[in-house]
Ligand binder design. Sequence first.
Ligand code: ADP
Ligand code: MG
Length: 573
Amino acid sequence: MSTTFRPIVGIDLGTTNSAVSYIHKGKPEIIPSPRKERIIPSVVLIDPQGHIVVGEDARAALVAMPDRTIAAVKRKMGSSERISIAGQALLPQEISALILKELKSYVDEKLGEGEKEAVITVPAYFTDEQRRATKQAGELAGFVVERIINEPTAAALAFGLRNKKKDGHVLVYDLGGGTFDVSLVEMMSGLMEVKASSGNNELGGEDFDWRLVDWFAEQIMAEQGIDPRNDIRAKALLKEEAERVKKGLSDDISVNVELPVVTMKEGAPVGLFTTVTRERFISLIDDLLEETMVCVQNVLRDAGLQKDDIDEILLVGGSTRIPRVYERIENFLGKQPRNDVNPDEAVALGAGVQAGLKSGALAKSGLVVTDVAPFSMGIAVLKEAGFTSRPGGFATIIPRNTTIPVTKTEQFHTVYPGQTAVQIEIYQGEHEWVKYNHKLGEFLLEGIPANMEQEEAINVTFRYNLNGILEVTASCVSTGEAMKVTIQDAINRDSEAAIAESVRAIEELYAQSKEAGDEEEEWELEELLADAEWDEDEDIPAEELQTEAERLLKQAERLRASAVGRTRRGWRE
Ligand code: ADP
Ligand code: MG
């Protein structure tokens, strides 16, 4: 196979499963693993010999080696909290990079060695720092990250390529393992315009599993008076059983649980024998499904559409196999979702389509896609509340569902006589008070001439790019003094030093993995389970805690009271 196009691949880096695709003969195609798996579990294992194992074998070791395995790391993306695995403390993006490196090995095998560009998908509702962490994971894995795109948009693209002639409104409902997204896309002869997005980046199949785990634990507590969730291995076992039961209930109306040993009590085994009916399961998760339906209503409202205006419904993500999900959507929209969409592969295939649009491999398709910012972004201001003004009001600069990329500027002013600095606090969310929204970052604009209150104007510019990453600039109008930041948290995760450190950590892991590989050729799961060590939960070193404390002190110093007030609404594109 020879192509003149740059090799760009599309990657679905999921909470539960991941997959990679590329364009072959005008169509997106999954690149399978050497064992012919089309999707692999997003699970990492560092085995007792130090090997890095990613995918099904790592997933199979979750219960036996809970302290050597990591699943659902995507839920931690964007956080600076280190995750302990096999005695090491790794950042979420470093663990994600191990998953991406595994996928990259399939790509290198298929397309040959050499530089690879990648389009990586994220939930539409991912925050700025979650997107940055994803981009960084891609780079740590050795990809040139061409673009970060939203998962439901990717799924719509895969559909769009197959249905170019179709016009109308498509609703994409994506319920995976860790996140939920819903997007409304308008299709007009190849032009695909995302009209509105909504979702919850902390809602998915994992939560359904945990609801079942809690239900199991309550039964054991009632009968035996001990909470099995306090035993890390019992908890992993119940979680695995919960997922098995949940999946079983997608086919059958009841599933039996027969676990002779869940945990131990005074030297004797404690088991669990029960039956879970579909009705029971629905009662455990229906409030979560209700939340997803509220999001569906929100996108309809935001897009100014009625239920009847929806022409096609695409169900994406493994959790849409739950019959209750299908039923609720069908009941609400009065229409059957399409049954020709592969819920496991649609996002990866769509990422491949985006990659093909980029590389030129799909240049002739005529497909064009535009996306939106899924949430409002703005800054904290002094807000009038009754007869007084209170800090912590939210002034929107980019309203949600604005088509991206977008640049907007708004003018604010000083609020105290003699004020020479303003703290620009950046938030995303929909609430009029910032404390209910999500903080993206902050910086101090200094050097404002001392003047009467309201006399100094400050321009704040938000630039939201195609990757959904925000850049903020603030400048003092009278002096022209500008300050620019890309939003990042106070520990400066994007700094070169931090990235170099991550690169080093990953190289070291691989060096260990390789050494172990040289010692003994073959790696047998049974052997591995036999000599697994259970209890080496190493803590974060003292020096790191020390620097963390210093950081917090510095941050506190910077946070002297310096507010900003809103002037007038004046968008400038
Ligand atoms: P992600 O995009 O988060 O990686 P996936 O789309 O792969 O997730 O979906 C994984 C989720 O789907 C898991 O929570 C899994 O338990 C769930 N799932 C997979 N198959 C079924 C099924 N037959 N019934 C119910 N849930 C399922
Ligand atoms: Mg997914």
